[in-house]
Design a protein around this ligand. Structure first.
Ligand code: C2E
Ligand code: CA
Ligand code: CA
Length: 709
């Protein structure tokens, strides 16, 4: 029997029990190795007496050691550990080696690539020497990088949650609160313990409608997120505004498991916004709405009036006698007075009405829901009385009143700006009527006024476009059969309507500023023509019709003088002015002084349409006229109507008595001509002689007449 050898050259007997045991051992080692590899654990085995550490494949991988690794010493291993962690690892190891229990440590190892990997290292002493010295340790190493990262994230998340400035609420899918952060508690005044488990509904302020919440839930369910502003109520009842979002948290199967709300408190922003808005829409002194807010309110009031078929009164109010108060008592007192008036205005208005300050001592009012204009008048009469009540300020009793202009929508169907302007216009009328009263704007009157202004404007542009011209109608002496002069008559050569007679457009111009401008143009054109006639070898007196306003205008004489001065060669006495006898001159003395001044300039005067007015005799006596013109209405009917014949006769007699020249106008037939001559009137003008015509035609007419003689 040869003893079993372990020499290298001997062939082991595969059937010996020892060999079998060794093979089983190797097999189970391999299995163990597989198990460790499968669970990802790296196994190490440290023979302390020889200071050799061996590792399985996974162990090598974890440390970044390649397949050439055959083992290392504990000191060599320490080199692989991140420097900062080495001490901790050594301590833990020492702890175990000195018999204080198993070894456990987490540290980082540095791979050859430089990457740091977190590992958890666990082990224990498995063999001791007889004297108790540890001889061998076995342990396992695992990669805990992911675990570490996850817990770092978790720490970060919970710190964000806790310390966030925004309030955070986490709820279950039915909005029952699971958790809130400190900011939430700080803002709402609730303790965490007071609200965990409650439904977020209890925070509601009541400011949002149920539709608002329905919409919020719909969005959350559909989109998984809701964003917006929310007014909620704090523990002590105070309201607060939040801006933020609510997100649905979904699990891997896509089902919502939680909701997370993240909100910032915007109460202060809202408040300052509101303050700013108030400033922007209110008057600082009286706190009344200003112009901008008035415009808004007006829009609403008009819509309401239309809807309810009621009247809305838009009124403009201006204080009477405010300036003297300001001047004599100082601006402080003036301000106090305005505040008091504002208070009274507001006190007399109803809910839904608007009282606004427009600036200075001007206010605008909108009264809603009036049934008829009498109701409006009662309201404003009361208002006036209220304003006129004395005010005691700083021991002084003051009193002001108001002028109010009112327009009623929709009787006045204008737009808001225009309504206000109409009220302002009406206020002006109230002022002119002496104040302490109101005036109702009259849309009808305004329409005709505007039509009138438009008519004036049309004539004005006709003048600018050179569509106006003067025609000239001859006046003749039938005894001598000679032309003695012409009357200038205005014509509008309209590009579409042809020649328009003055009766159609001149009345509109009367009493407008343009009347004077037009009169001056007529005068200048006529004087120009006088010069032209003279230059053409036919010096002719020209009479120009002058409107009473024009004649009475303060600049009339100066203007006429300047005009004539421009024509130094103009034959004197060639310009005659016809003034209407039918006008009632308010100051006959002033008119006659003007006429005398004109006569100093060599200008003659005729009284036009004589006999049609009431003051014929007075005028004849007091006004320095050279000529009277018998009105054409008498001339026309003198052959049939004895009264008219008597008047014509009378005028001719008067002219003789006052030693004035007399001319009959509107002479259309030879019969008239004969009759007038028989009565002693030999100067005539009329279609029977010639129609008014442009200057060039007039010259032709004159030359033909001369040739025919
Ligand atoms: P008037 O000053 O009485 O002028 C005479 C009017 O009688 C003119 O009408 C003339 O065309 C018309 N007429 C002349 N002869 C006859 C006739 O035989 N039969 C009839 N039926 N009518 C005759 P016209 O040009 O339409 O002017 C009307 C009025 O307009 C003038 O009445 C005058 O008051 C005013 N007017 C005309 N031109 C001017 C002007 O340049 N300035 C001013 N302020 N008024 C003017
Ligand atoms: Ca005339
Ligand atoms: Ca006339």
């Amino acid at each position: 029997m040869t003893p079993p050898t372990t020499s290298a050259d001997s062939t082991p007997d595969p059937h010996s029990p020892l060999e079998e045991a060794l093979a089983r051992l190797a097999e189970s080692r391999k299995q163990l190795e597989y198990v460790f590899a499968a669970i990802g654990e790296g196994i190490w085995d440290w023979d302390i007496s020889t200071d050799q550490v061996s590792r399985n494949t996974r162990g090598c991988e974890l440390l970044g050691l390649d397949h050439t690794f055959t083992g290392h010493t504990a000191a060599e291993f320490r080199e692989l550990i991140a420097e900062e962690d080495r001490l901790g690892m050594a301590d833990a190891l020492q702890h175990c080696l000195s018999g204080h229990g198993p070894y456990h440590c987490e540290y980082r190892v540095r791979h050859p690539s430089g990457r740091l990997v977190w590992v958890r290292d666990r082990g224990n002493v498995v063999e001791y020497a007889a004297d108790g010295r540890p001889l061998r340790m076995i342990g396992s190493l695992s990669d805990i990088s992911l675990e570490r990262e996850a817990s770092a994230n978790l720490r970060l998340t919970s710190s964000v949650f806790r310390h966030a400035h925004e309030s955070i609420v986490i709820t279950d899918t039915s909005a029952n609160i699971l958790d809130v952060n400190d900011a939430f508690c700080r803002i709402t005044g609730y303790l965490r313990s007071e609200i965990i488990g409650r439904n977020t509904r209890f925070l509601r302020s009541g400011l949002q409608t149920s539709e608002f919440y329905t919409d919020m839930w719909q969005r959350l369910i559909r989109d998984g997120v809701w964003q917006g502003e929310l007014w909620n109520r704090k523990k002590h009842g105070e309201l607060f505004a939040q801006l933020g979002n609510i997100s649905a948290v979904r699990n891997e199967a896509g089902q919502t498991t939680h909701y997370v709300g993240l909100f910032s408190d915007i109460t202060e922003i809202k408040e300052s916004q509101r303050h700013l808005e108030h400033l922007a829409y209110h008057d600082a002194l009286t706190q009344l709405p200003n112009r901008s807010l008035l415009a808004d309110r007006m829009q609403m009031a008009l819509a309401q009036a239309e809807r309810n078929a009621t009247l809305a009164a838009v009124a403009y109010l201006d204080l009477d006698g405010f300036k003297p108060v300001n001047d004599s008592h100082g601006h402080d007192v003036g301000d106090l007075l305005l505040v008091e008036i504002a208070r009274r205005l507001q006190a007399s208005s109803r809910a839904g009405d608007t009282v606004a300050r427009m600036g200075g001592d001007e206010f605008a009012l909108i009264y809603n829901g009036l049934e008829h204009s009498e109701e409006c008048e009662q309201v404003f009469a009361r208002l006036l009385a209220g304003i006129a009540e004395p005010v005691t300020l700083r021991g002084r009793e003051l009193q002001v009143s108001a002028s109010i202009g009112i327009t009623l929508f929709p009787l006045d169907g204008a737009d808001p700006d225009t309504l206000l302007r109409h009220a302002d216009q009406a206020m002006y009328m109230a002022k002119q009527a002496g104040g302490n009263c109101f005036h109702l704007f009259d849309p009808e009157r305004d329409r005709s006024l505007r039509a009138h202004r438009a008519a004036v404007a049309r004539v004005e542009s006709a003048l600018n476009d050179r569509e106006l011209e003067l025609h000239y109608q001859p006046k003749v002496d039938i005894r001598r059969n000679r032309i003695i002069g012409v009357e200038a008559l205005l014509r509008w050569r309209h590009p579409q309507h042809g020649v328009i007679l003055p009766g159609e457009f001149l009345p509109a111009v009367m009493d407008s500023d343009f009347e004077i401008e037009l009169g001056n143009w007529i005068l200048a054109t006529a004087v120009d023509e006088i010069q032209a006639f003279a230059d053409a070898g036919h010096p002719l007196p020209v009479s120009v019709n002058v409107s009473p306003n024009h004649l009475a205008h303060p600049d009339f004489i100066a203007h006429l003088q300047a005009l004539l001065a421009r024509y130094p060669r103009l034959p004197s006495g060639m310009l005659e002015l016809e003034i209407l006898e039918s006008t009632s001159f308010s100051d006959i003395g002033a008119v006659s002084r003007i006429m005398e001044a004109c006569q100093q300039l060599g200008v003659r005067f005729a009284l036009d349409d004589f006999g049609t007015g009431y003051g014929s005799l007075t005028y004849l006596r007091r006004l320095p006229v050279q000529t009277i013109k018998i009105d054409q209405s008498f001339v026309r009917d003198m052959l049939e109507d004895n009264d008219d014949l008597a008047i014509v006769q009378g005028v001719i007699g008067l002219a003789a008595a006052f030693r004035r020249e007399v001319i009959a106008e509107g002479v259309e037939t030879a019969a008239h001509r004969q009759a007038l001559l028989a009565l002693g009137c030999h100067l005539i003008q009329g279609f029977g002689v010639a129609r008014p015509m442009p200057p060039d035609q007039l010259l032709v007419w004159i030359r033909e007449g001369e040739a025919g003689q």
